[in-house]
Design a protein around this ligand. Sequence first.
Ligand SMILES: Cc1ncc(COP(=O)(O)O)c(C=O)c1O
Length: 379
Amino acid sequence: MQEPIRPTWLEISRSAIVNNVHELKRIIGPQRKLMAVVKANAYGHGALDVAPIALDAGADALAVAALSEALELRRGGVDAFILVLGYTPARLARNAVVHNVRLTVCTPDNLIAMNRIARDMDSVLTVHVKVNTGMNRLGVNPEEVVPFLRKARELDNVRVEGLYTHFATADETDKRHALDQFERFLQLLAELDAAGLRPPLVHAANSPATLTLPQTHLNMVRSGIALYGLDPDEAQTPVPPSFRPVLSWKAEVAQVRTLAPGDAVSYGREFIAQAPMRAAVIPVGYADGFPRKPLNWGSVLIHGQAAPILGRVCMDQTVVDVTEIERATGPVRQGDEVVIIGRQGKAEISAEEAARRTGTINYDVTSRILARVPRILVD
Ligand SMILES: Cc1ncc(COP(=O)(O)O)c(C=O)c1O
């Protein structure tokens, strides 16, 4: 393993990414394309590491949220198909033309302004039109799509390659709303067929729809969370057991100290020892994505056992209780491995478990791990 340049790091499993891409490709079959969603630094996993591995393993395309993320991939040598899923102001579209990045459009003004930019460059910008079928976030409403695409036809410097929608509830057991959304999208596609306006690529499915609603696969699926081996929803739509989590978050013990009764730990003296204790300092804090409030991680793993957090999580450091661990397994020493996400011996803290403890979802847990935590590729 490459030596981490900090005493806390993420291990990103190459074989888990390859496995998950293969599983997704097996689920969608050979006729459909897989778009690997690598926005938000690949949900915290490191987009420049994940993207080439996913592409080599068979992903056909990449998606990001912002043009800046696409340009970072281009600067890193990734020359694959990239679609920006979020809003791009027309004033930034020049970079998309130069670097051959596909943009999402969802208003006629945006489309017309982008056409002007591409015309001034004597070039053509490729776009995908996002349709709002019930998420009510970005998207052209279905009844506006025909005039929108007719307008696009008149513009020489934008090419509408794709049309897509996004589900609000595909991760829930009750699929009715997702299927209503899909029905709206299918009706629209029938209208577009009749009008000769259907773009070549149509896509709708995110990870949960990819896993549970095969009828929504269309030409391509856009999968993020399942690519990372994480559950779209732990209770309602877990990934099948054949998927493997890609990320582990580790650290090493920075210092171990003995606390006497009455000794307080960390800012604000919120924790006060009632008896003699042993405490380990770990070099991880809220500026790494290890939250402080309202809920913290609760505990980390040392020697395969839970080490509960003592007092407040600081910006770069946290103190944990190793009293019971030392009784059970012997002294904890500087340099001993700490697991924040992942397995250690028989114990595990999954991203889903961390999400439950911190009152959020696994997407949020991994994507908030900050860039200063080095990402190390492992097999
Ligand atoms: C438009 C769009 N498509 C696909 C995805 C991927 O979703 P998931 O990670 O659930 O696969 C997202 C993620 O939020 C998205 O915004």
